[in-house]
Design a protein around this ligand. Structure first.
Ligand code: AMP
Length: 396
């Protein structure tokens, strides 16, 4: 298959779909540049091989046309610094200026296009819009894993205009390699830790994982739907009443697959969803009326840590408590540390899904695990076995 390493870029213009959807503060400073750094190897390699680079991305969710706060011009300086060369900017991703700037690119030059989502044609997957983007370049590279599950103009539709000149960048290539090898050649025991808020958003991934994992650790807001389904008292804890049966089905499915299900035994309970709330730690099945479980308790931490320590493969998706609040972050922090410990002992550990990635970054441990995925929804859909449009468009 065509890839960055075997393709001849010399004298060619490559349009790369990157994921520069980075968080900005009020003054438009980048607060986390992980995604920009992730794209550097692809960009640098194409330049090194004699190509010119046109970068396109979305930023935020502009509603109706251009908005200052979602302009990609805010990242030009930082990108130039990281690349060690001045990056030019077209203040419209299509149109006369973009055409002229693209036409004038010489080998080694880098041009960044303005936010694709200033056009609603982008998310609609409009073919005429995709064609205009395609006309700027000779070759198409998709390196935005985070949007690979969307059939947008720049992630999917554009590929048809490059039938013989399209490929993945290193970000997507690495994602697929790491996820595939985890799901297909996982060393046992394989432990999946699923956290986050809702059962409903994790049902299909849990169903998909049960045949391949040995242990399923459940934490976070989901816990209480499982506890209530089994007759526990959960006070004011988060619960999905319409998913109680689903929780019981998942418990049954785990049994059928010989998967050990690890649920919390104790919880840090609060009288308010706030860092200033009063708290107590107690039995997860006997939460007092008016109180809600916002983190796993110390007994559970001990139990979960043991399971993780014995694993040879670990997948972690979703925080096990409201880690954004200091009072309820201990559990998530302990999980992050346990995953790091397992990695040190030789386990393959993959962290994926927006909030667990935010957590591992918060504790500065991202470089101490095997792999941190750049995809949230895309990662889950890929693991569920769905064919992602952005992946299919390159492969077919
Ligand atoms: P998700 O996007 O489904 O992975 O959910 C992540 C969110 O779940 C985070 O913002 C956490 O604060 C939240 N969360 C984790 N545990 C709980 C809990 N026990 N109660 C309410 N929210 C929680």
């Amino acid at each position: 298959m065509q890839n960055i390493d075997n393709y001849d870029f010399s004298g060619k213009k490559a349009i790369i779909r990157v994921d520069f959807n980075v968080p900005l503060d009020k003054n438009f400073n980048i607060t986390d540049d992980t995604r920009i750094r992730a794209a550097l190897p692809t960009i640098k390699k194409i330049i090194e091989k004699g190509g010119a680079v046109i970068l396109m991305s979305h930023l935020g969710r502009p509603k109706d046309g251009p908005e200052e706060k979602f302009s990609l011009k805010h990242i030009i300086n930082h990108l130039s610094e990281l690349l060690g060369k001045k990056v030019d900017f077209a203040n419209d991703c299509i149109g006369q200026q973009a055409k002229e700037k693209a036409a004038g690119l010489k080998s080694g030059d880098v041009l960044l296009l303005e936010n694709l989502r200033f056009y609603k044609e982008e998310t609609k997957g409009d073919e005429a819009f995709a064609k205009k983007l395609a006309e700027l370049a000779d070759v198409y590279v998709n390196d935005a894993f985070g949007t690979a599950h969307r059939a947008h103009a720049s992630t999917t539709i554009i590929a048809k205009f490059f039938p013989n000149d399209k490929m993945f960048g290193y970000v997507i290539e690495n994602e697929l390699k790491n996820i595939d090898s985890m799901l297909k050649n996982a060393k046992k025991p394989f432990t999946a830790i699923m956290g986050g808020a809702k059962v409903s958003s994790k049902i299909s991934i849990i169903q998909k994982l049960l045949p391949v994992v040995d242990n399923l650790v459940i934490g976070g807001g989901m816990t209480y739907t499982f506890v209530k389904a089994q007759g526990g008292k959960i006070g004011n804890s988060m619960v999905e009443e319409d998913k109680l049966d689903t929780a019981l089905e998942l418990i049954e499915l785990a049994k059928q697959n010989n998967v050990t299900l690890h649920l919390a035994v104790d919880a840090v309970c609060a009288d308010d969803f706030s860092n200033d709330a009063n708290t107590y730690t107690g039995d997860v099945k006997e939460i007092k009326d008016g109180w809600m479980g916002l983190d796993i308790g110390p007994e559970t931490v001990k139990k979960f840590k043991e399971v993780i320590a014995n694993a040879k493969t670990v997948l972690w998706n979703g925080p096990v408590g409201v880690f954004e609040m200091e009072k309820f972050e201990k559990g998530t922090k302990a999980i992050a540390e346990a995953v790091v410990e397992a990695t040190k002992k030789g386990a393959f550990t993959l962290i994926g899904g927006g909030d667990s990635v935010a957590a591992i970054n918060k504790y500065g441990l991202a470089d101490q695990v095997s792999y941190v995925s750049t995809g949230g929804g895309a990662l889950l859909e890929y693991m569920e076995g769905k064919e992602l449009p952005g992946i299919k468009a390159i492969r077919e």
